[in-house]
Design a protein around this ligand. Structure first.
Ligand code: SF4
Length: 282
């Protein structure tokens, strides 16, 4: 976690959870798995459980302390929708994101089915989708993981994105309907699996055809910047157009945010409530 991320498409990271479990071939050389033991050795308390999935109550309020607007990557060291993540904890992470709505949040998961389930429960409670300042995304690395796009499409939200990183093979017939943004990148690290130009270029063509914004992040290699980020003489650093809340959703969002602000003004810690949804009626 830190407020100065080296990730190309974001400028801060926030890790309310740490640790994870490998779920597919994209996880083989997981960066978070490699880094966690080092952080543990350096005595960073948050990593005392090494790479075991852990929720950190104390981290929940961090974005509220960053007064300047940032693009925040949520969970660079974990997966917020991990099997062991409690819905109550996920909900409280979202309450922070609603309160500190001067930031943009990018949430990336390899478990978009759980993300969709959460968004459905959220919608039933508050009757508006995840608002546009929170971008909901999934990672896809090969044809076997393409099914995650369908799960992502079921997430009730305004902005959806896909990270095709590490891209491990040529992807066939990628349906990008209702997807706003795509990140493409090769793997980096000591055991990186090289990305072929044809795989990346073909995917760029599929995105262009379906009018989806593209961010070509890196070729990958031993270090993230080893191969640069130019492909066939071009760079792609596009971002999606920001959407605004529909009036009806804006009203409901404002009501929720006002209730949260009120609780905070009374010095009640919004992130400590077990079932925040039960005390806020909108
Ligand atoms: S889902 Fe992400 S954080 Fe979890 S093991 Fe896979 S690559 Fe690592």
């Amino acid at each position: 976690m830190g407020d100065n991320s080296a990730i190309e498409w974001t400028n801060a990271t926030w890790n309310p959870t740490t640790g994870c479990t490998k779920i597919s071939s994209g996880c083989k050389n997981c960066y978070a798995e490699r880094l966690s033991p080092k952080l543990k050795r350096w005595g960073i308390k948050k990593y005392e459980n090494n790479f075991e999935f852990t929720q950190h109550e104390k981290e929940l309020e961090l974005p509220l302390k960053w007064k300047k607007s940032k693009k925040i990557f949520v969970n660079s060291m974990s997966d917020l929708f991990h099997e062991k993540a409690e819905f109550g904890f996920i909900e409280r992470s979202f309450m922070t994101m609603f309160t500190a709505n001067w930031h943009t949040y990018q949430i990336l998961t390899k478990r978009p089915d759980k993300m969709a389930e959460f968004s459905k429960t959220f919608y039933e409670l508050f009757r508006f989708p995840i608002p546009p300042h929170i971008w909901m995304g999934t990672s896809i690395e090969d044809n076997a993981s393409l099914h995650r796009i369908n799960d992502l499409r079921h997430v009730k939200c305004y902005n959806r994105f896909i990270s095709f990183e590490p891209l491990l093979e040529k992807l066939k017939n990628v349906n990008l309907k209702n997807i706003d943004w795509v990140i493409i990148g090769g793997e980096s690290g000591p055991k990186y699996r090289a990305m072929e130009e044809e795989w990346a270029w073909d995917l760029i063509k599929q995105c262009k055809k379906q009018k989806v914004k593209i961010f070509f992040k890196q070729w990958g290699g031993p270090r993230p910047k080893s191969g640069g980020k130019t492909i066939r003489g071009k760079t792609f650093e596009q971002f999606p157009k920001l959407k605004i809340l529909k009036t009806i959703h804006q009203k409901r969002f404002d009501k929720l945010k006002n209730s949260l602000d009120e609780l905070r003004n009374k010095n009640q810690d919004i992130t400590k409530k077990d079932k925040i949804s039960q005390i806020i009626k909108i």
